[in-house]
Unconditional design. Structure first.
Length: 558
């Protein structure tokens, strides 16, 4: 899919020699004309009904996953694999909605009491039936403080009865609002109506797990020889930092319609290394695309570049608990000095949009409020940034010094280099030390708020503004900036009980206005989903949450 990139307005004050040099090194030239004949690659003619003899999909996976335990995972890398190994009550549909998973149907009369009817032919990979009791055990496990789940907050955010008290150790897990009426009927009780609760259940952290396996093997249950899942595929091989493979699960309830026999995931953190293997024919599905190659690839392989709007925001988060970023004036100054037009259209240039809010504009039920800083020109924002730093006492003689953390990845490095160049160009009195860490180390560092400023991205778990805004609740499990504003918490609490969509949208707008004033994070741009998919891969369908499933794909004869 070709991406028509808007031109930017050039301003002399921010396109100085330093930043111009960076753009040249990054390969960020003027956008190409996607309508020119030279830009259109030759179409590859394949018969989508003719299946290849070898139904093996090889895909890049970004990084080595931290775990394959759905209750201990926290990242996108892990979710992509777990969607294939585990199946939740409902799964994502290509239009951003939901479709039946383990639950073949569900009902509610008040959005507070839900009944899910499980498939009688749903089975674990060892042949045992998947039951309502498995979900009771799993949801108790994820909220149990002993599990130390990074998503323990998630069901509490969905207002599952007593979940918040259980995660805080105030009530036993047996009091959780989930009950197995019988083997195939699950009753769920919330503390208040939540109209989007079912949509939340596509998330991997709500997956069932096999109780007997966990009780027998403990933390070793995720080893290949021990793993029991209920998804369309079952784990068959795991060589750390080399590959994770799984094969078709013949016990899966819909196995007859699963065409792929094997999926091989390659943990390639480097987008450039992944692209080389893709272009060499070693990979069918590339997880990420190097930003300096996007225009060439759009020209040469246009139909293979899949671009879709994404419910996700790229941002920098501040450690609000320690100097210098415990002062909101410093946080605002650095946020204001980032030129988001340049970042979205020149440095990235894949269809990203500048962002002044945590919540992306494409989210259903969100109307972005016109905050003061979003209405300024970039020149006005820079002038205000200088004024704020001067108020705090930062000068050429006393520059602002801090470390910027990002996980190892060429694209993240390019963003960091570009933004530090902007700060130097626009503000002068800023000295930044870049610090990169491998994925697992980076996750641990952020989880412990052991940073000054860190690169971050939040991917929505469902299509509703709260999926983004709950991130910065003081009790949020992924609120690594340790932001704490009782007014914000109260506003989000009120919004969660509001059934009227328009009134709820107004609460969300007020929440964004509070964030604009406090600036615990600096939103930079709204992501797009962008993968490279070979023409011989059938069935790929992106949704706004990037919830694609290997069970929907196949390999075309080529």
């Amino acid at each position: 899919m070709l991406c028509n990139l808007p031109l930017i307005r050039r301003r002399a004050w921010h396109l100085g020699p330093l930043f111009t040099a960076f753009l040249a090194l990054a390969g960020c030239g003027a956008p190409s004309d996607p309508n020119s004949e030279a830009s259109k690659p030759a179409a590859v003619q394949l018969d989508p009904t003719r299946l290849a003899a070898d139904q093996t999909l090889v895909r890049g996976n970004g990084s080595e996953p931290e775990t394959l335990d759905p209750h201990k995972m926290s990242g996108v890398v892990e979710s992509g694999i777990l969607r294939d190994l585990m199946e939740t009550l409902v799964i994502a549909a290509p239009d951003g909605g939901v479709r039946p998973g383990v639950a073949e149907r569900w009902e509610t009369s008040d959005n507070q009491h839900y009944t899910f009817y499980l498939r009688e032919d749903a089975k674990w990979s060892n042949g045992e039936p998947v039951t309502a009791q498995d979900f009771v055990y799993a949801w108790r496990r994820v909220t149990d403080p002993a599990t130390a789940s990074k998503y323990a907050w998630y069901l509490a955010a969905g207002k599952l009865q007593n979940a918040k008290d259980i995660t805080e150790g105030k009530q036993p897990v047996e009091n959780l609002g989930v009950e197995a009426v019988d083997d195939h009927t699950l009753q769920v009780t919330l503390e208040a109506p939540v109209p989007y609760f079912v949509a939340m259940l596509v998330h991997a952290s709500t997956s069932p797990v096999h109780k007997a396996t966990i009780e027998k093997y403990g933390d070793q249950w995720t080893r290949v020889e021990n793993y029991v899942g209920n998804g369309a595929f079952k784990l068959s091989d795991w060589v750390v930092n080399e590959r994770i493979e799984y094969i078709k699960n013949e016990q899966y309830w819909d196995a007859d319609n699963v065409k792929l026999q094997k999926v091989r995931n390659l943990p390639i953190a480097s987008p450039n290394a992944e692209l080389k293997r893709y272009e060499a024919g070693e990979i069918d599905f590339a997880y990420q695309i190097p930003i300096e190659h996007i225009k060439r690839l759009q020209k040469e392989r246009g139909e293979e570049v899949k671009t879709t709007p994404y419910i996700a925001t790229y941002y920098y988060e501040f450690n609000t608990t320690a100097p210098p970023f415990n002062d909101p004036r410093v946080r605002k100054a650095l946020a204001y000095a980032i030129d988001r037009d340049i970042m979205a259209y020149k440095v990235m240039g894949r269809g990203e949009q500048p962002s002044f809010h945590l919540t992306p504009s494409i989210v259903q039920g969100f109307d972005a409020p016109p905050t003061p800083w979003s209405q300024m020109s970039q020149a006005e924002r820079v002038a205000k940034a200088k004024e704020l730093l001067a108020e705090v006492g930062y000068t050429e003689e006393n520059p602002l010094k801090f470390k910027l953390l990002y996980n190892t990845n060429e694209n993240h490095k390019k963003v960091a280099v570009a933004i530090t160049a902007m700060w130097k160009q626009a503000l002068g009195n800023v000295e930044v030390t870049l610090e990169n860490q491998e994925w697992k180390t980076y996750l641990d560092t952020r989880a412990n708020t052991n940073f000054d400023m860190a690169r971050a991205g939040w991917i929505g778990d469902y299509n509703e503004p709260s999926t983004m805004l709950k991130l910065l609740l003081s009790t949020g499990g992924s609120n690594y900036s340790k932001y704490n504003n009782p007014n914000y918490d109260q506003l989000m609490a009120v919004s969660s009980k509001e059934m009227d969509i328009d009134k709820r949208a107004a609460y969300y707008a007020q929440a964004e206005e509070i964030l604009a004033e406090d600036m615990p994070i600096a939103p930079i741009y709204q992501y797009v989903i962008q993968h490279m998919v070979k023409p011989h891969v059938g069935g790929y369908a992106a949704d706004p949450l990037d919830n694609y499933y290997s069970k929907d794909m196949w390999i075309i004869e080529h």
